[in-house]
Design a protein around this ligand. Structure first.
Ligand SMILES: Nc1ncnc2c1ncn2[C@@H]1O[C@H](COP(=O)(O)OP(=O)(O)OP(=O)(O)O)[C@@H](O)[C@H]1O
Length: 315
């Protein structure tokens, strides 16, 4: 049985079909990348798996257990952790406390324990802090872990978010554009970190625009275009698939080469550039319109979730 199974997933927002019949599975300790142009439905798929969105139809199961309808906290409790495209750290809290927030899922203490500072409470708090240090070491955090998270450089904040997700001890980790905004050296470190997470036995679903990283690290690649799945296979097969080259890269086969050497900029992806979906191109083509709509909706979603879901910022 697969760890995660997504079958015929469909998600609509009014008349807009964000996901149109997506099916894929992820085995234990496997790395599956989900790629596609801006607005293809990648983050929406993550949101369906993690309980942030309720799919219109289709099935999502984790070790055979149905997920749709569960709250994000319940999905997290089953061993699914995620990071966000736009970082969601608690900026005012220390780096360490951000990661401790991930470990709290495992604490065995009651409100009474906390109020009375019982030995059990002190023991579990100590364990939580040790765990947080462990995961910060694991991700290779160099910055000050006692300072406020918002003062860390961007790349270090990304590592902190991954440390917090790992502190939940997930079986499945969903990483939404972990290399976005990183420079060349940081991307190489991210690749190494993803491999080390896999070596722990954790399965990873990766959304990433950096084709070099995707091709290097993935066991399988699923390609989405306008909500539809157009390919699912090994990286070397997917990069040669004519449908992928045509739909995703505008017919330019060289665009799927490792481009990490060519651009270190934020979202330095051939996809973003080649399909003309830049934010300045609003209304020029369908892709641009979808991206703009996506950003606006993401902001709405973020605002809504942050207030509605409370602790879901760390879900
Ligand atoms: N909450 C929402 N309300 C309305 N439409 C939404 C919402 N969330 C996503 N969409 C729409 O669904 C489509 C897919 O968006 P999604 O963010 O999943 O794409 P994506 O592939 O992750 O894009 P990107 O690479 O830019 O992050 C877009 O057209 C987007 O505008």
């Amino acid at each position: 049985m697969s760890l995660l199974s997504v079958a015929d997933l469909r998600l609509t927002f009014g008349g807009l079909v964000a996901i149109d019949g997506l099916s894929f599975s992820v085995d234990e300790a496997e790395i599956v990348s989900v790629i596609g142009p801006n607005g293809a439905g990648k983050t929406s798929a993550f949101n369906c798996v993690t309980g942030f969105y309720r799919p219109t139809s289709g099935r999502i199961t984790l070790r055979g257990r149905d997920l749709p309808g569960m709250r994000p906290s319940a999905v997290a409790g089953l061993g699914v952790a995620r990071t966000f495209q736009n970082l969601r750290l608690f900026g005012e809290l220390s780096v360490l406390d951000n990661v401790r927030a991930g470990s709290h899922l495992w604490l065995r203490q009651s409100v009474l324990d906390a109020l009375l500072h019982t030995p059990r409470y002190r023991r579990s708090e100590r364990e939580c802090t040790e765990q947080a240090h462990h995961w910060l070491d694991f991700v290779g955090l160099r910055g000050d872990r006692y300072g406020q998270a918002r003062h860390l450089p961007y790349g270090e904040q990304r590592r902190t978010e991954i440390a917090r997700a790992l502190a939940r001890r997930p079986d499945l980790l969903l990483l939404d554009e972990p290399a976005a905004g990183l420079n060349h050296g940081e991307k190489a470190e991210m690749l190494d970190l993803i491999r080390r997470i896999q070596a722990l036995g954790v399965a990873i679903v990766l959304i990433e625009h950096d084709m070099g990283l995707v091709m290097e690290v993935s066991d399988r690649v699923v390609v989405l275009n306008f909500g539809r799945e157009i390919a699912d296979g090994r990286p070397e097969d997917v990069r040669r698939d004519p449908a992928v080259i045509e739909a995703y890269l505008g017919g330019d086969p060289t665009a799927m080469r490792d481009e990490t050497d060519e651009s270190d900029g934020k979202d330095g992806s051939a996809t973003a550039r080649k399909d003309g979906a830049g934010e300045d191109d609003e209304g020029e083509d369908e892709g641009a319109g979808r991206e703009t709509a996506g950003r606006e909706n993401e902001q709405r979603e973020t605002a809504g979730k942050d207030s509605a879901a409370g602790g879901d910022a760390d879900a």
